[in-house]
Design a protein around this ligand. Structure first.
Ligand SMILES: *Cc1c(COP(=O)(O)O)cnc(C)c1O
Length: 297
């Protein structure tokens, strides 16, 4: 597979602002949102080695799970099409159809086969009867979990660190939004210190989900899971968050959305302003993309 129209290494920007100077820190942004207009950010990182592996194995299709607004399925549909491998998306909600959201419409138009599962069936994921039957009918399917998180994904995410190091940066902390924690884990097992801003409520479970990815006895970096910037839960937002995003976009000319990157930068700015970091700290915020999910005005 030759991938030609992607911006790799993704650009690095430094944000300048008096509040950052006052805190005595440096804030860099790894613009993974610019990697590809459709296969953006961490979904490109997480899918790259999954797609390569599926092609190597001669898989008949890639099968995965997601909700009606899934950035993961959105990216997978396009990436699969470009790579010339069929994709199947199993969607949470038997009442839905390919017209239910712009995300699903996109997946359908890119040729993804969509299957609509009841919430009970969906919750069982690869243990569910629908999934098991599909796999029994075609053992050549390549399974990628919800959100794209698996060992191949972690390898892809690790290349963020390689790119930063090649550009001469060895930040004290990487900062990322965390949904399933796969992106966090990919940075962390690469022996980096990571601040993960959880975008969902009661995210304590993520700590274990992330730590289970360290299979070696060698220590990984520090893991600092920030649980207080979820704004009510996954996909939830407040007027304050939307205002923050609008101000951020005006000031730095970098677009954000309300599900992941808005919460991540809100949390990070709050920590900087509260004096959370020692003077001289270098922070590398990963802009994980996701702009397809931006609220339309
Ligand atoms: C999916 C997604 C995340 C969450 O990544 P995880 O690896 O699941 O933690 C973060 N940001 C954006 C923009 C995403 O689309």
């Amino acid at each position: 597979m030759k991938i030609t129209d992607v911006l790799i290494p993704s650009p690095l920007y430094e944000l300048h602002d008096p509040f950052i100077d006052r805190a005595g820190v440096r804030l860099l942004v790894k613009r993974d949102d610019l990697i590809h207009p459709v296969i953006s950010g961490n979904k490109w990182r997480k899918l790259k080695y999954n797609i390569l592996e599926a092609l190597n194995r001669g898989a008949s299709a890639i099968i995965s799970f997601g909700g009606a607004y899934s950035n993961h399925l959105y990216a997978l549909a396009t990436f699969g099409k470009k790579a010339g491998i069929k994709t199947i998306g199993l969607i949470r909600g038997e009442e839905l159809n390919p017209e239910s959201s712009t995300t699903l419409q996109h997946c359908f138009e890119e040729g993804m086969e969509l299957g609509f599962l009841s919430r009970t069936e969906y919750r069982l994921k690869d243990e569910g009867t629908y999934f098991k039957k599909r796999m029994a009918d075609d053992p050549n399917l390549f399974y990628v979990p919800e959100g794209g998180t698996n060992a191949f994904a972690l390898t892809g995410v690790g290349e963020i660190v390689d790119e930063c190091q090649q550009a001469g940066f060895h930040p004290d902390y990487y900062v990322t939004a965390a949904g399933t924690g796969g992106t966090t884990a990919g940075l962390w097992v690469k022996k980096q210190n990571v601040i993960a801003v959880a975008v969902l409520k009661n995210a304590g479970f993520l700590e274990n989900d992330i730590k289970k990815w360290n299979s070696s006895t060698e220590a990984s970096g520090q893991l600092d899971l920030q649980k207080d910037y979820h704004f009510g839960g996954y996909g939830k937002y407040t007027a304050e968050l939307l205002q923050f995003i609008a101000d951020f976009e005006n000031r730095y000319n970098i677009p954000l959305e309300h599900v992941y990157t808005g919460k991540m930068f809100y949390g990070l700015f709050d920590l900087i302003k509260r004096g959370y970091f020692a003077k001289g700290t270098v922070l590398m915020a990963v802009h994980t993309g996701g702009l397809q999910g931006k609220l339309k005005p």
